[in-house]
Design a protein around this ligand. Structure first.
Ligand SMILES: [Zn+2]
Length: 95
């Protein structure tokens, strides 16, 4: 007779510490973008120091944020004004 008594569903080990860490990650990750947007320095966050997963996520997010900043359209055109000023300066200095 083969009774499956060894597969006892109530013998799961306690994982309270790791599950609370998961929760910390979820909270940290949900606030990460908003805190970066607010200009906060997340490198000093206590959770980040002992969580490699969130460190990697933060690095990724910062790379994306940097790329987004590069893609932002530059509305001012300083080159034209600069050249006009230089031209004016040159022509006005002519005798
Ligand atoms: Zn984490």
């Amino acid at each position: 007779m083969n009774s499956p008594e060894r597969l006892n569903p109530h013998s799961t080990p306690t994982q309270s510490s790791s599950s609370s860490h998961e929760q910390e990650c979820a909270v940290f990750q949900s606030q990460m973008a908003a805190r970066i947007a607010a200009g906060e320095d997340l490198q000093t966050d206590a959770h980040l120091k002992d969580c490699a997963r969130c460190q990697a996520l933060l690095a990724e997010l910062e790379a994306i944020a940097q790329a987004a900043r590069l893609l932002l359209p530059i509305e001012e055109e300083p080159d034209d004004n600069l050249w006009q000023k230089i031209e004016q300066a040159i022509t006005s200095e002519r005798p």
